[in-house]
Ligand binder design. Structure first.
Ligand SMILES: Cc1ncc(COP(=O)(O)OP(=O)(O)O)c(N)n1
Ligand SMILES: Cc1ncsc1CCOP(=O)(O)O
Ligand SMILES: [Mg+2]
Length: 361
């Protein structure tokens, strides 16, 4: 590599290619940071995060030396014509943020690796910056997670079936806000693979993705959280493993369990089974009385669950629920999109009713 002092000699072909890689990735990282910065500034009104992102962009600009720009050859770059079909699919702010965090991290990794052939300080600086961006991602999307949890009204809990991915995608197209991967019997290596695919799918639609029972799997696939029953890990232990940025849900079947789950720091609770259900054989129904109790006493988001379908949904909503979780109603539906749309419309309508009722006293 040429000396960096004064005007550089023209680099040979391999060096020029490295310079072009560095040039392209410095631009890519800065552009991605700018997209994220705009949300911190105008969407979150968070001046500390906005400043941090601006500082990162300025550091990248300082690294962008003239000799790197000089090697740019945009018309001769075969990559400029390539677009990924998912680039066009940005259905909401979360999807935009996720895509841009990913873009920045990839660019920083390329800068770190190719930077080693250019300047050690650029390589080391890119590595340090990548860790800062990971931390920012969990801060921004983590806070965002709880916000999205509060907004989400419809929850699909999966059960094993041959066409799980297309069924979940169809439900997401109908507006499902959360998906929980629940599968008790499959081998772990297959669960890991499927969980990863489901997470990618959910995130493409801006839905939250949680894992049933298994904190280790949730960590492995970087899920948005876990759902734990009364005999699963304690919320406190899961919190130690998952930190504050991920969602922890807890099943409850009685007022005592509800109060304990809230005191232990669950971010949301399942309330049910409202009706007996073959999905949880042998489990007694907690009934509509418990739904009524939740409507009056729950201080965290809560999902009515258990035996809920299009026929009894209005009864559950009229008893006070505004969020519902279902397995069979969607997994066994002939048209999961239509059913999901129905659930989304009814729960939205109910929330609007509750909002008006609260504002008029
Ligand atoms: C949203 C939601 N609520 C309740 C449950 C039930 O959890 P659990 O009691 O641990 O039973 P399993 O689902 O593990 O059989 C849930 N999964 N999701
Ligand atoms: C997992 C779970 N926890 C309480 S009820 C239930 C199953 C709900 O399944 P379905 O919606 O098919 O009745
Ligand atoms: Mg469980």
């Amino acid at each position: 590599m040429p000396e960096l002092t004064g005007l550089p000699a023209l680099p040979n072909h391999a060096d020029a290619a490295v310079y072009r890689i560095l040039d392209a990735n410095l631009d890519r990282a800065r552009e991605g940071l700018r997209v994220i910065e705009e949300w911190c500034r105008f969407g979150l009104n968070n001046s500390a995060q906005t400043e941090q992102l601006k500082h990162l962009r300025q550091t990248l600009a300082q690294w962008h030396a003239p000799e790197l720009r000089l090697c740019r050859d945009t018309p001769g770059d075969p990559g400029t014509a390539l677009t990924h079909s998912q680039e066009a699919e940005r259905t909401n702010v979360t999807a935009v943020l996720q895509a841009n965090f990913c873009r920045v991290q990839e660019a920083l990794r390329a800068l770190e690796e190719y930077g080693k052939l250019y300047r050690d300080d650029l390589a080391a600086g890119s590595k340090a910056m990548r860790y800062q961006v990971y931390a920012l991602e969990s801060e921004i999307l983590g806070g965002h997670r709880l916000q999205r949890l509060r907004q989400g009204l419809t929850y699909l809990v999966t059960s094993p079936c041959d066409r799980l991915l297309p069924i979940v995608e169809a439900a997401l197209q109908g507006g499902i806000a959360l998906v929980q991967y629940r599968d008790k019997d499959t081998d772990d290596y297959l669960r890991l693979e499927l969980a990863q695919k489901l997470k990618d799918l959910c995130h493409r639609y801006g839905a939250l993705f949680l894992i049933n029972d298994r904190v280790d799997l949730a960590l492995a696939v970087e899920a948005d959280g876990v759902h734990l029953g009364q005999t699963d890990l304690p919320v406190f232990t899961a919190r130690q493993l998952l930190g504050n940025q991920r969602i922890i849900g807890r099943s409850t079947t009685s007022p005592d369990e509800m109060q304990r789950a809230i005191a232990e720091g669950a971010d949301y609770i399942g309330v049910g089974p409202v009706y007996t259900t073959p999905t949880k054989p042998g489990k007694a129904a907690a009934g509509l009385d418990y739904v009524r109790y939740a409507a009056e006493h729950a201080t965290v988001p809560w999902y009515a669950i258990g035996g809920i379908n299009t026929e009894n949904l209005s009864e559950v909503l009229q008893t006070g629920a505004e969020r519902v979780a279902v397995v069979r109603a969607l997994i066994e539906a002939e048209n999961p999109t239509l059913i999901a749309q129905y659930f989304a419309a009814q729960t939205n309508h109910r929330r609007a009713f509750h909002t008006v009722a609260a504002s008029t006293g």
